[in-house]
Design a protein around this ligand. Structure first.
Ligand SMILES: [Fe+2]
Length: 429
């Protein structure tokens, strides 16, 4: 773990001075300054302006809390929250911080309860986050206790706005954030609704890992189709994504903050790669074969031209459809130099047992140690180590230069440029 102790000794004035010194390079579209990945004051401003700003943050799937009293611990940015379903069927999201002395009162990842009781002084809250009970509220023997004018209503948990889209739950601190479908934009909704058509989901399992990199790198990674054709041997050798396949890197046209990396695999299980393209890809290995061929089966289950859509929903959600493996990944920032990745893999309630087994088998593509997930984790760690400890101060973003947003070429950084245009706006850089 990287320590964030440095911030404790930094005075507000020193923080302001550090922020004031953060100037984006002049050719703003084609360079990213290193400090966006490493600066503590920049990270704090991100928490305030992005995660507690006008955004919808993914917090859970409805399938995880189907019944009254079901709850799940989650995060909005780095802030711990609880997602709970009340008796009237409504979903509430509130901070996992007791209104009394600040204890993170909910200690279980998931469960069912009739109320939340803080372990420290046993203040209790209902399923909507309202304060119900304060022990010894009137004191003992007429001594001590709360002042007469203390009202439970004034001391509930901090509640967030909640919305859902086809079984996916989002929360926001903002009163001004647009409705979720408008937030996502039609271009992103198109592939989002393929995975979430409104059918009931069946959760298949979880992964959780820490990545020693800045949270934005994960967005960048999934807006960077260039690396996919180079880093990932598995994609290339087995024809899942090869330079020259039908593919697109779609950015939402309103803010450029969301993205869909989409591709259509070749018909054959093993790719035909031209001699010219092979020369460009060191990760291509001729003649590599799988022991269990079923792993690469693609059951056509969706009305979509794509076999793969990897969506980034700003600021903390990844929706994964990699052939028949479906999942969401929640990005939890953990200081500038670290992030947590919480994965929830699922299928549909009406899947056959055979389909469930297929999804589980193919699930080995992803996850922290998946055939595809593994290399990204390593690459991002290498980038963080590079930007933290070198003498240079910027990243170069010149592929497909000048273009911002959607690109039909995989050899493009146009979607990363779009994301950082939005980022600069919101952050004031
Ligand atoms: Fe990757």
């Amino acid at each position: 773990m990287y320590s964030t102790h440095a911030v404790i000794n930094r005075t507000p004035r020193a923080k302001d001075a550090e922020l004031a010194a953060c100037r984006w390079p002049e050719d703003a579209l084609h360079f990213i300054p290193d400090w966006v990945y490493t600066s503590e004051p920049v990270y704090e401003r991100e928490m305030e302006r992005i995660f507690r700003g006008r955004t919808w943050n993914y917090v859970a799937l409805e399938a995880e809390i189907p019944n009254t009293g079901d709850f799940k611990r989650s995060y909005v940015g780095a802030t711990p929250v609880v997602v709970a379903r009340a008796a009237d069927g409504s979903i509430s999201v509130f901070e996992n911080r007791c209104a009394h002395r600040g204890a993170e009162f909910c200690r279980h990842g998931q469960g069912n309860t009739s109320e939340f009781v803080c372990p420290y002084h046993q203040w209790s809250y209902d399923l909507k986050g309202n304060l119900q009970g304060v022990p010894f509220k009137r004191g003992v023997n007429r001594e001590g206790g709360m002042p007469k004018d203390f009202k439970n209503e004034d001391h509930g948990l901090v509640k967030l706005h909640v919305t859902t889209r086809h079984g996916v739950i989002f929360a926001s601190y903002s009163n001004e954030v647009e409705a979720i479908d408008e937030y996502l934009t039609p271009e992103i909704l198109k592939d989002f609704d393929v995975v979430f058509p409104g059918k009931k989901l069946k959760v298949l399992g979880y992964y959780k890992n820490e990545l020693p990199c800045n949270w934005k790198m994960y967005h960048e990674n999934l807006k960077d189709p260039y690396h996919a054709t180079l880093l990932h041997s598995f994609l290339v050798v087995f024809g899942l994504l090869v330079a020259g396949n039908k593919a697109a890197m779609i950015a939402d046209p309103v803010h450029g903050r969301h993205g869909t990396m989409a591709s259509a695999k070749t018909e054959d299980k093993y790719a035909e790669v031209s001699a010219e393209n092979k020369k460009e890809m060191r990760s291509f290995h001729e003649g590599m074969r799988l022991q269990d061929d079923r792993f690469l089966d693609f059951v056509k289950e969706f009305d979509s031209p794509w076999s793969v859509t990897m969506q980034t929903v700003w600021p903390n959600l990844v929706v994964q459809r990699e052939m028949n493996t479906l999942g969401v990944r929640q990005i939890v920032p953990n200081g500038p130099n670290s992030m947590l990745m919480l994965w929830t893999m699922f299928g549909y309630e009406d899947d056959t047992e055979e389909m469930t087994q297929h999804r589980l088998r193919q699930g080995n593509l992803m996850g922290p140690a998946g055939f595809l997930g593994l290399e990204d984790n390593e690459a991002m760690k290498f980038v963080q180590e590079g930007v933290r400890r070198s003498s240079t101060d910027r990243n170069v973003l010149k592929l497909d230069s000048g273009h911002v947003g959607t690109s039909n070429s995989l050899i493009s950084e146009a979607a990363i440029r779009a994301m950082y245009s939005h980022y600069r706006d919101v952050m004031g850089f």
